[in-house]
Design a protein around this ligand. Structure first.
Ligand code: ADP
Ligand code: MG
Length: 689
């Protein structure tokens, strides 16, 4: 494999098979991988302080040097090694709870050691517990520079890593992948000095900037990494155009009839995004568009109109939702729109009886069913479509990447992919959208249908539950309906279920004149549906529910939402739940019950909910509170691809990288190639995931 051509990356180490194996396990195969394996942090071993000054209390580690005066194994009560060292100023004990016999020999009295660690006041005087130490001779020189600490794998010592990295850096082809004009414009450091500084920070370097990763050397690394990410995502987007797709060119009779039959006019925002989608799906390459719109903004009708265009053009449209409840809601709503216009809508979920399933599959395969709504049962192998032109995935972030790809591949012949539209009510903050979604077009419905009254949100102490129950009664008397969301108990599903059942019993007893229903995730789908039907039909006044109602459920007459133990929910969950009310014209209220005392983060979350109903704002504040890693799940967040850059603190760099990526792709293919080769190399598969 190593080619005579010197451009080919060389194996990092031939000398030691085992070290090379361990390096490989860290993904360090080529010299460039090693050079870009940058320190996590640095240790300052450039100074030795007198033992007397290395005083306890501070949490910064100190380095001392002394001669061993005693080395003994003690039992107090655990077996441990106590090594006393002394210098001219004083003495301290190095204490090891785990140690090898060889250490006892190595640290015999008279040995000179340098030890580095935090000094604490122990029972027997000042001590360092498990210090880093080494045996030295008197007058041994101190390192001139900070010592890098690398991310390491099991059994791979820092020393071995350091030496492998140093060797790789001697062999490396150091050309700068970026043109001088780009470096100038953004005041970026050149590549080589940046990498060298990070591995070997010179004396006097700004340690704070190094630790914060705001040093220009770090900035250069982050920029390069973000640029590689933007380039590869944009490439993926362009590559899509190489796939064919069937143009869905006909905005015909069904589209017109559907639009005419709606009981409302589309909002300006709906019209705009519909125009974007209509344009895209008329092309001969597959659309990949994310339709974002806050809870209640009316994404479903846009989806239905897009589907109508597919059907008008002679193809099937598929709508997939993450839960049965949501899929069923879509089915009902869309079937109610479409069926009177003579369109057969099929319904497929895992919970259907075999006979029903078979019947649905048959209608789908024959092409009689033009619109197919369902859960991920749709991507199971047994389902054959007759010609899918458009795939719509609702609440797409709840599906794994693999599931979405599987659905896309269900399309026509391999050469022709269906157009794909994803819908999400979870607004993605800008930086995340630019990374995770860089290969998608994005349409945003930034306007709610008219006549909505904003939901009034109140934060209420749990011990005022009785008053809350009275409000429920009052709302029901006025003919309104109420949701009561049970506490989330993440640790135990059984307990959560129990709580929901108990809550239902308590509320039914406290409100004997009301019809109270219960819906939770453990019910059989048919039971669940029966309850939802009764609520939708207005038969139930109060619906006690777990978070199964979180997404998509649409009952406009419901105007009061009670969420118990709201402090246990995340912001986006609260926003989704609250979005179940305020869908009709009645003034709606959301009561967030909390158990005091509230922790600072929970308090902040509830305050945000009270202050704003804007999903984008909530999402932005959520990102601040949680950080992007957790925001979408680490693997999906785009952050997962990034080792150095931080989407939160490096937003300007993301934007700069995006701009540079666009201009390089347009004008400078050589630079693009070189940059991607350096930064992706063996990591390309990962980016495709
Ligand atoms: P979401 O974007 O959360 O999925 P839905 O599509 O469920 O929102 O729409 C919420 C409600 O608003 C539904 O009852 C829907 O029929 C209604 N709706 C959608 N568009 C409009 C509009 N332009 N004018 C009035 N009501 C609308
Ligand atoms: Mg929806």
């Amino acid at each position: 494999m190593p080619a005579p051509n010197t451009k080919a990356p060389r194996p990092a180490s031939k000398a030691s098979g085992t070290v090379a194996d361990k390096l490989l396990r860290l993904g360090l195969r080529h010299d460039i991988d090693l050079a870009l394996h940058l320190p996590l942090r640095y240790e300052d071993e450039t100074q030795v302080v007198p033992i007397r000054d290395a005083h306890a209390g501070g949490s910064t580690p100190a380095q001392v040097e002394g001669v061993v005066t005693a080395c003994e194994i003690a039992y107090r009560p655990r077996r441990q090694l106590m090594v006393t060292i002394e210098d001219d100023s004083g003495a301290l004990v190095m204490r090891f709870l785990n140690f090898y016999g060889s250490q006892v020999k190595q640290l015999a009295a008279g040995t000179r050691v340098r030890a580095r660690g935090e000094v604490r006041h122990g029972f027997f005087g000042d001590e360092m517990v498990h210090p880093a130490y080494k045996v030295v001779v008197e007058g041994a020189p101190l390192p001139q520079a900070l010592t890098p600490v690398y991310p390491a794998g099991e059994g791979l010592s820092q020393a071995a890593l350091r030496s492998a990295i140093a060797q790789a850096m001697q062999r490396l082809d150091w050309h700068d992948t970026l043109p001088p004009a780009v470096l100038d414009k953004l005041s970026l450091w050149p590549f080589r000095p940046a990498v060298e500084l990070l591995h070997n920070p010179p004396p006097g370097v700004d340690e704070h900037a190094l630790a914060e990763r705001s040093h220009p050397a770090w900035i250069r690394m982050k920029f390069d990494e973000l640029l590689a990410q933007q380039l590869s995502l944009k490439r993926a987007q362009d590559a899509r155009r190489l796939h064919g797709a069937t143009p869905l060119a006909n905005v015909g009779q069904l589209s017109q009839a559907l639009l005419a039959s709606l009981p409302f006019r589309l909002t300006g925002a709906q019209q705009r995004v519909l125009a974007e989608i209509r344009h895209d799906i008329q092309q001969a390459w597959p659309m990949q568009r994310l339709l974002q719109g806050d809870v209640g903004s009316g994404k479903t009708v846009v989806a239905a109109l897009a589907a109508a265009q597919a059907i008008d053009s002679g193809f099937q449209a598929v709508l997939m939702a993450p839960t049965e409840i949501l899929a069923e809601q879509h089915f009902r709503k869309i079937a109610a729109w479409m069926a009177p216009l003579g369109v057969e809508v099929a319904w497929l979920t895992g919970s259907l009886k075999k006979k029903e399933k078979d019947a649905a599959r048959e209608r789908i395969a024959s092409g009689d069913a033009k619109l197919i709504v369902g859960t991920h049962a749709l991507i199971q192998d047994a389902v054959q479509f007759s010609g899918v032109g458009l795939v719509i995935v609702d609440e797409q972030h709840r599906f794994g990447v693999a599931q979405r790809l599987a659905l896309r591949n269900k399309g026509l012949e391999a050469a022709n992919q269906p157009h794909q539209m994803m819908m999400s009510a979870t607004p993605i903050p800008r930086t995340l959208a630019m990374t995770y979604y860089a290969d998608l077009e994005v349409s945003v419905i930034d306007e709610l249908p008219p006549g909505r009254t904003p939901v009034l949100t109140r934060i209420v102490d749990q011990n005022r539950r009785d008053e809350v129950i009275e409000r429920v009664r009052a709302a029901a008397v006025e003919g309104r309906q109420v949701y009561w969301v049970c506490p989330l108990i993440e640790e135990s599903e059984a307990l959560q279920l129990q709580t929901a059942t108990d809550t239902h019993a308590t509320l039914a007893a406290a409100l004997p004149e009301l019809q109270v229903g219960l819906v939770h995730g453990r019910m059989k789908p048919a039971e669940k549906q029966a309850v939802m039907d009764r609520f939708t039909g207005g038969e139930l006044h109060l619906l006690v529910a777990t978070t199964v109602i979180e997404v998509g459920v649409d009952v406009p007459n419901a105007s009061l939402m009670v969420i118990e133990h709201a402090e246990r929910f995340g912001l986006s969950q609260l926003h989704q739940l609250r979005g179940r009310v305020g869908r009709g014209s009645a003034a709606s209220v959301c009561l967030l019950l909390y158990q005091s005392p509230l922790g600072p983060v929970a308090r902040e979350r509830l305050a945000i909910m009270r202050e704003t109903a804007d999903g984008f704002e909530i999402s932005r504040r959520d990102l601040q509170l949680r950080g992007p890693g957790e925001f979408l799940g680490a693997r999906q967040s785009g952050q997962a691809m990034l080792r150095f850059a931080d989407l939160e603190t490096d937003q300007w760099l993301v934007e700069a990288a995006r701009d540079v990526a666009a201009s390089l792709l347009a004008q400078d293919e050589t630079t693009v190639e070189r940059h991607l080769a350096r930064w992706l190399g063996s990591r390309e598969d990962f980016l495709k995931a």
